[in-house]
Ligand binder design. Structure first.
Ligand code: ZN
Length: 331
């Protein structure tokens, strides 16, 4: 049987179990954190002030909550610019028993530091391959997938370059790709185009945040390419309310796409992106509701079951798809 790399070492694919494919144990700008370690961060949304250094406790609390709801594993797409720290992830995993699959890659909508601005896709891919084959940050912890992103600025030169780097590292290692997308401008299709032009099999690609739209026409055009889609921002009402996410997932199940979907929340146990007053406004305006690692197992899955999702659909999305996407092989 295929193996999957976790932050506590490789496991047999059958050990992955019920998986939230897109949750962050920490999310912060590593450059800011390095320069101003006490600048402050917040416990996700709703905001909870976190003591300097309190990120670890918040991550443990989130991981324990997930385990309490029967979640066995998460995919943690915390790449460069989100504060990837695999030793932090390993400690949380060891303390809580939640298995964590880490990634390699760069999370940016355009900006790149000079180091990467001056390098080509193959040179960037070389770093990704090192993370996948040798280990991350001087550890023996290996990346299980590759992250890249496209958002409002679209496919800029830098974004194109990082997609090609992800594609080439995927081709060299067999690791799958998770691509953050922005359905509002249909970036997913353009992202898939780049991967195809590099020769990546679309069944190795997951277009994250596809669930931010209920435009079934767009979603089916994407699915027609053969990729996986992330229905993965439950709680982020500002992009699409849960009341519209649910019927979209159910319609896609009805149309036979269980084998192509992931359900997750894209939660962050802590997040340093916003000052407290902005988070208060977001919450007060209802733009984030129960945006938390608990949301999917505690609320979303029961609602979907009630509305007709079968046990087989659920097992496919929560257990089968993570293994098939990560390894290229069925359980
Ligand atoms: Zn994310």
């Amino acid at each position: 049987m295929a193996t999957i790399e976790t932050v506590t070492g490789p496991i047999a694919a059958g050990q992955l179990g019920t998986t939230l494919i897109h949750e962050h144990l920490i999310a912060r700008d590593e450059a800011v954190h390095t320069q101003w370690p006490d600048a402050g961060t917040f416990g996700g949304i709703p905001e909870r002030a976190i003591e300097p250094g309190g990120e670890y406790d918040a991550a443990v609390e989130a991981a324990e909550a997930a385990v309490g709801f029967g979640i066995e594993s998460i995919g943690d797409p915390t790449a460069m610019f989100l504060g990837r720290d695999v030793d932090f992830m390993r400690r949380v995993s060891e303390q809580t028993g939640l298995k964590v699959v880490a990634c390699t890659g760069i999370y940016t909508y355009d900006h790149l530091p000079s180091f990467f601005a001056s390098r080509d896709p193959d040179q960037i891919a070389e770093l990704y391959v090192g993370d996948i084959e040798r280990g991350i940050q001087g550890t023996e912890i290996k990346a299980g997938f590759i992250k890249c992103a496209a958002d409002e600025p679209g496919i800029t030169d830098n974004v194109d370059k990082l997609h090609r780097a992800a594609a080439r590292a995927s081709l060299r290692t067999g690791a799958p790709i998770m691509a953050h997308s922005r359905p509002a401008s249909e970036t997913g299709l353009k992202q898939v185009e780049i991967f195809e032009s590099e020769g990546v099999d679309p069944s190795r690609v997951q277009i994250a945040h596809t669930g931010d739209t209920d435009d079934l026409d767009y979603i089916e055009r994407l699915l027609d390419k053969g990729v996986y889609i992330g229905m993965d921002r439950y709680g982020l009402e500002l992009y699409l309310p849960a009341a519209q996410r649910d019927p979209t997932v159910l319609a896609l199940l009805e149309r036979g796409y269980a084998e192509r979907m992931f359900i997750s929340a894209d939660s962050c146990a802590t997040l340093d992106w916003f000052p407290a007053n902005v988070i208060e406004q977001l919450v007060a305006a209802g733009m984030a509701v129960d945006w938390d690692i608990r949301n999917v197992p505690e609320q979303v899955l029961p609602r979907l079951r009630e509305a007709g999702m079968s046990a087989e659909h659920e097992r496919t999305m929560m257990v089968g798809n993570p293994v098939r996407w990560l390894t290229g092989e069925s359980l």
